[in-house]
Every structure is written in C-alpha cells, then in structure tokens.
Ligand binder design. Structure first.
Ligand code: CAA
Length: 258
C-alpha cells in the first residue's frame, strides 16, 4: 500500500492515511487502499480501531479536488459511491472506531471522522464542509451525518456558507468528545481504545450495533433491538465471568471474546 499505514498493537489497531504532501486528500487509490485495509483487519484480535492522518497538520483535507475536477455526472456519482461504501464499512465495522483528528478535517475528512464512532481532536483541528464553494455538495455522507451529530441549523450553516469551525467549537457542539495538544492526541486515543478493548468485546460490539441500528428505527423497534442484544450476552462466557468477578469482589477478568 502506498497511502495507508496499518499497525496492530495488541488489541488496538491504528490506520493512518499517509498522503502528507496533499494533506492526506482522498483520491481513488487512497479510498481503495483504505477499503482493503479495513477488510484485512483481524477482527478476532482487534477490539478497537483508530483512524488518523499522517503528520501534524491535517487529518484529511477532503476528497482530491484535482481528480474530481474533470468528472462527468456518472463518474461523480461513482466517486461518491466509492467513498460512501468505504465510510459505511467503517461506520458498520463490528468494533468501535475512534477518529484521532490531527488538523484539517475538511470535506471528505470531516465526513470520514463522522463515520467513526468517536472523534477526538487536536487543538489545531479545523472541521468544515467547504464543498459548495467548489460547486458541489458534500459527497461522502456530509449532508446526512453532520445534521445528525450537531444541531441542524449549525450543520446547514456549515454546508451552505462553508463556515469552518475550530476544535473548541467542535467540542462545544458535541462533534468531538475531547481536545488535546497535537502530540497528546494519539496517546489519548490509544488510552481510550485500551479502555474499550479491556471491556467484554461481545458486549461492546452489541452496544455499537444497538446504538447504530436503533437510531434508524422507531423507539419501540429500537428497544426491541436492545432486548435481543442484551439477551444474547447471557450466552457468553464473558458475562458469566464478568458477573462472577463482581460478586466475588474481584477485579474484572481478562475478557475472552467468548
Ligand atoms: N485535494 C487535492 N489536493 C489538496 C487538497 C484536496 N482536497 N487539499 C490540499 N491539497 C494539496 C494542495 O493542492 C497542495 O498541493 P501542492 O503543494 O502540490 O500545491 C498541498 O495539498 C498543500 O495544500 P496548501 O498549499 O493549500 O496548504 P495550506 O496550508 O495553504 O491550506 C487547506 C490548507 C486550507 C486545507 C487548503 O489546502 C484547502 O483549502 N484544501 C482544500 C479543502 C477542501 O476544499 N476540501 C473539500 C474537498 S471536496 C470534498 O471533499 C468532496 C466530498 O465530500 C467527497
């Protein structure tokens, strides 16, 4: 792979978009490599994925404007589908995904971060959907996910006017969970990933599925989804051992993903 670095550190994996000269902009090759890297994740071992960008300036500065500049209508749709398919794969990955947003998260970069479960940002992070200033709409889910994460009026301002927001405003809006000095961002993401990885993996995955699936349906259907997933945990060894440890006043066990 030329533009994607992937490193597994025990139960945590870090996927880095490494096209630093173009501020990690997403061209077709980067998207194809990201797709292949996500497919190759060892889900028996990895319990949390972190996605970040190479360098200290940019997470991802958007889809590649040079590549998009000559697309036809049909090619534009296909390019949008390519990005959306990868991002949806990330969003529905069984394990949690943390975006460590280390700088510019514009256009496709903001969209990539929003397909992750949790966003942590560096102090120099800038979020925005500047596409209308280029004569296009966001194409990798930005019109849909932004308005689901932050207040709809602010999302519409960002989409129509291209207003960019810095890390502190993203924090105030709930777009990111926390902000760190740039050199502390990845360690903080790894610390959070470690905390997630120590909890019972089947229960963590079921929690992700319950939230994501539940948000798409009525509250009654959503509660029914939770009931099924909750029930399924009682077939696991991790539930037996986790509760036994609590009742014996012992530390939580090393969960076995069984
Ligand atoms: N596509 C292609 N190349 C990009 C890029 C992008 N989205 N963003 C930055 N680059 C390239 C620049 O062309 C430049 O390349 P050269 O050195 O070869 O000239 C290099 O990265 C460094 O960029 P700058 O010199 O512009 O750096 P800067 O510090 O002056 O500015 C920036 C940084 C504000 C992020 C600016 O680069 C910028 O505005 N980038 C574009 C942001 C944008 O509009 N993103 C949305 C793209 S559309 C989209 O994403 C559609 C979608 O939803 C699918």
């Amino acid at each position: 792979m030329n533009f994607i670095q992937y490193e597994q550190k025990g139960a945590i994996a870090v996927l880095t978009i490494a096209r630093e000269k173009a501020l990690n902009a997403l061209n077709s090759q980067v998207l194809d490599e990201m797709d292949a890297a996500v497919d190759a994740i060892n889900l028996d071992e990895v319990r949390c994925l972190i996605i970040t960008g190479a360098g200290q300036k940019s997470f991802v500065a958007g889809a590649d404007i040079g590549e998009m500049s000559t697309l036809t209508k049909a090619e534009g749709e296909a390019f949008g589908k390519k990005g959306n398919d990868v991002f949806r794969k990330i969003e529905t990955l069984p394990i949690p995904v943390i975006a460590a947003v280390n700088g510019f998260a514009l256009g496709g970069g903001c969209e990539l971060s929003m397909s992750c479960d949790i966003r942590l940002a560096s102090e120099n992070a800038v979020f925005g959907q500047p596409e209308t200033g280029l004569g296009i709409t966001p194409g990798f889910g930005g019109t849909q996910r932004l308005a689901r994460i932050i207040p709809v009026g602010k999302a519409k301002e960002m989409l129509y006017a291209g207003t960019k927001i810095k890390a502190d405003e993203a924090l105030a809006l709930g777009l990111v969970n926390a902000v760190y000095p740039v050199e502390e961002l990845l360690p903080a993401a790894e610390k959070l990933a470690g905390k997630i990885a120590r909890n019972a993996p089947i229960a963590v995955r079921a929690s992700k599925k319950a939230v994501n699936d539940g948000l798409q349906v009525s509250i009654d259907e959503a509660i029914a989804i939770e009931e099924k997933l909750f029930g399924s945990c009682f077939e696991t060894e991790d539930q037996v051992n986790g509760m036994k440890a609590f009742l014996n006043k012992e530390k939580a066990p090393a969960f076995q993903n069984k």
